[in-house]
Design a protein around this ligand. Structure first.
Ligand code: ADP
Ligand code: MG
Length: 248
């Protein structure tokens, strides 16, 4: 199956679901983000690419209010609280963190349930769970299995499944392909493409570009804590081309 079948809608003119302005973050004396401006349109899939240490995880953590940061983040026009990740998540912004953040000793089923811990509606819970298991049939076969005993790909599927259980309006993914074989990476990204075509806005952070470029409506390049380029993926013809932007 080819990812190239993913339709690229021109969502760059869509109203913003998320708008970050002047986002800066530091760890002690280390300045990891320097005044990043970024916009995600409703229904867009935006890739944020950059080498190791560029500030990609810090950017996602800053959006969630997980790291000390300055600047403003608006979600559908409303300013998000800072340093209050629970409040940010309750607006419908869900992060699938680097390293997945699963509850390893717990079962697949329990991990999924924890994704929806705030949800009181049983029918909606069941609907979401069925949807996740339809998207990732491998999880359905392993509901009783301990999460930590699954393959990396299956664990990534579970991390995304758990995020979907929260009913996100905007999904933030931190290097979902990290450490995974190309085949399973493709499978996972195809599912993300499907969710996006159904209307879910997605920010996909990756170091490895090719698959992300096939899915993305728009691409930001991050280098040393700054956005150095905003590109239409259709204009990027090769890796060399991308590297030129990185090092411009
Ligand atoms: N917990 C931390 N303490 C100190 N420095 C950190 C911490 N996390 C990240 N950094 C530094 O911040 C910068 C950006 O890191 P990060 O956001 O993890 O980059 P990326 O996700 O693009 O690899 C790097 O210089 C990194 O060393
Ligand atoms: Mg990272």
């Amino acid at each position: 199956m080819s990812l190239a079948v993913a339709a690229k809608t021109d969502a760059s003119t869509a109203p913003a679901i998320l708008a970050a302005t002047g986002l800066s973050a530091r760890y002690g004396h280390i300045h990891a983000l320097h005044g990043v401006d970024l916009q995600i349109g409703e229904g867009e899939l935006v890739a944020v690419l950059g080498p190791n240490g560029a500030g990609k995880s810090t950017l996602l953590r800053a959006i969630m209010g997980l790291s000390a940061n300055d600047g403003e983040v608006r979600f559908r026009g409303e300013a998000l609280p800072r340093r209050d990740p629970v409040a940010v998540a309750s607006r419908g912004i869900v992060l699938v963190p680097e390293g997945r953040g699963l509850f390893s000793p717990m079962s697949v089923s329990d991990n999924l349930e924890l994704g929806a811990y705030r949800l009181g509606d049983k029918a909606e819970f069941k609907r979401r769970r069925e949807r996740v298991l339809a998207l990732f049939p491998r999880l359905k076969e392993r509901l009783g299995q301990v999460a930590g005993s699954m393959s990396g790909g299956e664990q990534q599927m579970l991390a995304i499944g758990r995020a979907l259980m929260a009913g996100p309006k905007l999904l933030l993914l931190d290097e979902p392909s990290l450490g995974l074989a190309p085949r399973v990476t493709e499978e996972i990204l195809e599912t993300l493409g499907l969710l996006n075509r159904e209307g879910l806005a997605i920010v996909l952070v990756e170091q490895k570009a090719p698959l992300a470029l096939e899915l993305a409506n728009r691409v930001y390049l991050l280098s040393l804590g700054r956005i150095v380029a905003e590109l239409d993926p259709r204009d990027i013809t090769s890796h060399d081309d991308l590297a030129r932007h990185y090092f411009a």
